[in-house]
Design a protein around this ligand. Structure first.
Ligand SMILES: Nc1ncnc2c1ncn2[C@@H]1O[C@H](COP(=O)(O)OP(=O)(O)O)[C@@H](O)[C@H]1O
Ligand SMILES: [Mg+2]
Length: 445
């Protein structure tokens, strides 16, 4: 940005030269603009510069909103300040993520949709919704849209698609030309000349065809790409009482805050889930008792529990009891590995589980986010649970060393059943990227 003052008029030049497709959007005067583009296509660049230039034309409050405060801070705050750095009129509030310019009577604030209380009760002159596909529809309809009323504020929706969800409906408003105030655009990542073709090739290598179509070609696919593929084919098991001589493992996801404790017992050799227990609002003492009871009941099952945070002292206590127990500590990386293992186990039908409504729903809902530094972070969508998924993933992890030998035995002795139920002894191999049709194998784009 450079600042010139001539004849009392201050002009500011931003350190940004829009590419043609960006310029077309900047120049467009529709009140509601929807821009669908692939990852790294230049959406955030476009959005921040749009906020700055428009704020120079009309006083008022302008918002940039993404899925969370943390994301907004990581993705946009530094970039915004960098764009504004040459104009000393801007003052910053680092906590509120607010840039204020008294000369213009303008405030630009960065917001996160994860804190609805921070979003209430103000009139907006303009609004950018970044990666809108992962926001909830009611954040738009119930919270943000009403804020644009008093000042006839504009909105710029920018996002990579995520199936034909509510964002698709917004896109169609502007794509069909039926709604006068709406206009939409759609571009693949390749439109951004700052992304080298080699980088694109590298990205492609790590992606399934469907993921590439969605994330890079910016296509609205018929169905969102769930994390787990082939859930139905695995959900043909049933709960079973313990049988003599069988070896069981138990995955334990412990309740934190508002969620549930879930215990999943698997027959390690048969790779079948035989028991799922789910409970809420009970004391740590009762949780420990339940784990111990269930492990004892299933032939002294080997327990693997989430030992992150509150799980750590529980692990210590259980280790002093008469059961065999180990801990699994969650970091983004270790969670990624745990979920990868479950993805392969389900996709290749290496496990079975009962057709339990809650488990199935959680598996179907389970999703990922791309973090600001392009890592994949697995999670339940906001407001939903993933305790059953994590508990299952821990059980599968606990018996992963049995999977290979179990398959060899099954192939020899139990061919019919293996063909039917579990995909005929395909070997599990978490490193084989060909088996990952859902997400890239290395967690990076
Ligand atoms: N007009 C532009 N001038 C310079 N660099 C640009 C421009 N548009 C995009 N880029 C660069 O392209 C890369 C991807 O842009 P970004 O806005 O982060 O993409 P997206 O938000 O779509 O993932 C960034 O390094 C960004 O600086
Ligand atoms: Mg972006």
């Amino acid at each position: 940005m450079s600042v010139n003052i001539e004849g009392g008029v201050k002009t500011v030049v931003l350190p940004y030269k829009p590419q043609d497709y960006q310029l077309e959007i900047h120049r467009d005067n529709h009140r509601y603009r929807v821009v669908i583009m692939g990852r790294r296509a230049g959406k955030t660049e476009l959005a921040l510069n749009e906020l700055i230039t428009k704020s120079g034309m009309k006083p008022g409050l302008y918002w940039y909103i993404s899925s969370s405060y943390k994301q907004s801070k990581a993705i946009a705050w530094r970039r915004l300040k960098k764009l504004l750095r040459d104009d000393p009129a801007w003052k910053y509030n680092e906590i509120e993520l607010a840039a204020k310019n008294e000369e213009l009577d303008v405030v630009i604030e960065l917001k996160g949709a994860d804190n609805p209380f921070s979003l209430l009760g103000v009139g907006l002159a303009g609004l950018v919704m970044d990666e809108c596909a992962i926001l909830k529809e009611d954040v738009w309809t119930e919270v943000l849209r009403p804020m644009l009323m008093d000042q006839s504020g504009w909105v710029l929706v920018i996002s990579t698609p995520k199936g034909k969800n509510w964002l698709y409906d917004l896109y169609m408003k502007g794509a069909t030309g039926v709604e006068e105030e709406w206009k939409s655009w759609k571009h693949p990542t390749s439109i951004n000349k700052y992304i080298k073709s080699q980088e694109l090739e590298d990205i492609k290598k790590d992606m399934s065809e469907r993921l590439y179509r969605q994330e890079i070609l910016a296509e609205f696919l018929e169905k969102d790409i769930g994390v787990f593929k082939g859930i139905q084919k695995c959900s043909i098991g049933e709960e079973k009482a313990p049988e003599d001589g069988r070896f069981y493992v138990l995955g334990a996801d412990l309740a934190k805050h508002e969620d549930f404790t879930v215990l999943t017992v698997m027959d390690a050799q048969r790779r079948e889930v035989v028991c799922i227990e789910r409970f809420k609002d009970i004391s740590w003492k009762e949780i420990k008792d339940k784990i111990q009871y269930l492990a004892n009941k299933y032939n002294d099952a080997m327990v693997l529990l989430d030992s992150t945070g509150v799980g750590d002292p529980i692990l210590d206590d259980l280790q002093m009891s008469n059961i065999s127990v180990d801990g699994y500590k969650f970091t983004n990386d270790s969670k990624y590995k745990l979920i990868q293992q479950l993805i392969v186990a389900i996709e290749q039908r290496l496990i079975t589980f009962p057709n339990d409504d809650i488990l199935i729903k959680e598996l179907e809902d389970f999703t990922y986010e791309i973090s600001a530094n392009n890592n994949i972070i697995y999670n339940a969508p906001d407001g939903r649970h993933d305790d059953c998924v994590i508990s299952l993933a821990l059980a599968v992890w606990a018996c992963r060393s049995f999977i290979h030998s179990a398959q060899v035995i099954e192939r020899r002795e139990d061919e019919e059943e293996a063909v039917d139920r579990q995909g005929h002894g395909i070997e599990i191999d978490t490193d084989d990227s060909d088996t990952m049709s859902v997400i890239p194998s290395n967690g990076r784009y």
